[in-house]
Design a protein around this ligand. Sequence first.
Ligand SMILES: NC(=O)c1ccc[n+]([C@@H]2O[C@H](COP(=O)([O-])OP(=O)(O)OC[C@H]3O[C@@H](n4cnc5c(N)ncnc54)[C@H](OP(=O)(O)O)[C@@H]3O)[C@@H](O)[C@H]2O)c1
Ligand SMILES: *[C@@H]1O[C@H](CO)[C@@H](O)[C@H](O)[C@H]1NC(C)=O
Ligand SMILES: *[C@@H]1O[C@H](CO)[C@@H](O)[C@H](O)[C@H]1NC(C)=O
Length: 300
Amino acid sequence: MKLLSLAESKSCLKLHFFCKGLILAFFFYSGNEDFKPEMLKGKRVIVTGASTGIGEQMAYHLARMGSHILITARTEAKLQKVVAQCLELGAASASYINGSMEDMAFAQSVVKKAEELWGGLDMLILNHVSPAFLSYFNSDVAYMQKVLNINFLSYVTMTVASLPMLKNSGGSIVVVSSLAGKVAFPFTVYYSATKFALDGFFSSLRQEFAMKNTNVSITLCVLGLIDTETAMKAISGVVQISAAPKEECALEIIKGGALRQREIYYEYLSTRIPLLIRDWAPNLLDYIIQRNYNVEKLKD
Ligand SMILES: NC(=O)c1ccc[n+]([C@@H]2O[C@H](COP(=O)([O-])OP(=O)(O)OC[C@H]3O[C@@H](n4cnc5c(N)ncnc54)[C@H](OP(=O)(O)O)[C@@H]3O)[C@@H](O)[C@H]2O)c1
Ligand SMILES: *[C@@H]1O[C@H](CO)[C@@H](O)[C@H](O)[C@H]1NC(C)=O
Ligand SMILES: *[C@@H]1O[C@H](CO)[C@@H](O)[C@H](O)[C@H]1NC(C)=O
């Protein structure tokens, strides 16, 4: 009898520690498994806009992890250099195809090339953007159409073309967006419109995938300012905020995709806090944002 109650109190103690551990684990890991670079070993990955910036860094990370990589952008010479570097870093294979994402036939041909190369696809990383600059909206509807094609419609086109392969592999779609796709900033009207569109399209599609048991994950990446050459040049003189490193940013995007997360925020606090303020005090957020701009330095 005594023995039994001892055993009972022991198992009660065990349960107590188990629950505590569960709660702690929830707080520290928010239910996610840990990322391991081996998760990307041998995986077949397309990275768009990989000739420079964050896309280039993603290609290098994937190469170190031993992935098969297909990169794309317009500038062939830069892509050739990135491919050579990827092979040196240990990519299972690396290829490129150059062309403009303004052209939907080209967007489709990138996916076709992956199919020819590998006969399947595990991850589609959509990252390219039309070069952005800061200026007042100048009412150019034709330009809006062009930027929508590059930053939004080509993402839709590539997603549609990839879906059969991604369904087959239980693959992932990774969409690189911006804080400017969740919060409105001034002087980025064209860019912001396309980034908000990505959230609408991919978040709605994610719901349908869940309801249809389509095993393709969609990760939307909400990035703050990152220290790429293009971004630094674009904001120079107009806004002063600190930029996060592109290498770490690229790794966080890949991790988010591999762990099949719904969204990633990088850097965490500098993207999450504005979103909190947006929902509770939008006028205050507008005020804070507007104070940050040196309007005299805008090019028009
Ligand atoms: N850097 C930031 O502060 C920041 C902040 C938030 C979000 N993001 C997002 O992160 C992603 C990468 O940004 P980044 O700063 O790394 O940009 P980036 O260095 O300017 O790279 C853009 C890439 O897209 C390609 N590209 C441009 N126009 C194209 C077109 N018409 N067709 C095909 N490819 C085209 C470029 O190559 P070619 O010129 O050779 O075509 C380049 O490889 C973007 O989605 C951006 O919105 C960046
Ligand atoms: C692809 O690269 C070639 C060679 O550099 C170039 O002539 C061509 O214009 C590029 N294609 C596009 C669509 O930019
Ligand atoms: C969905 O795909 C992932 C990754 O390929 C796989 O680990 C998981 O088991 C799949 N889930 C189902 C329900 O098939």
